[in-house]
Design a protein. Sequence first.
Length: 126
Amino acid sequence: MQEEFDRLEEITEALLGPDGCPWDQKQTLSSMKKYLEEEIGELFEEIDAGDDEKTMKELADVFFNVYFMTKIASKEKRFTLKDLLTHLNEKLIRRHPHVFGDAKVETLEELHEQWDRIKLEEKSSN
């Protein structure tokens, strides 16, 4: 898997590099919103259709859009992929204290209550 991720990194760097694609080079987070939205819509259609192969391909398109937008942000010195992954990992651990901590939940209802409480705490601290 690392090999494929490294390959994606090389491809994206080439697209955004000096000899890369003029269209890719001029994209911004704002300009990419419509493409991400379009890809998410296509993904939902394939999930609903139950076609695993097409779902995988559309999910790949969504993943690339998110990854590409992160590279744009990094190029603009706004945030990096490492920043995004650090935030994601910390959030997943924080929101799952029943897995990564000492919290105990017996039912899905308790789990949802815990989740809502954590989200509320996060919003109040931001």
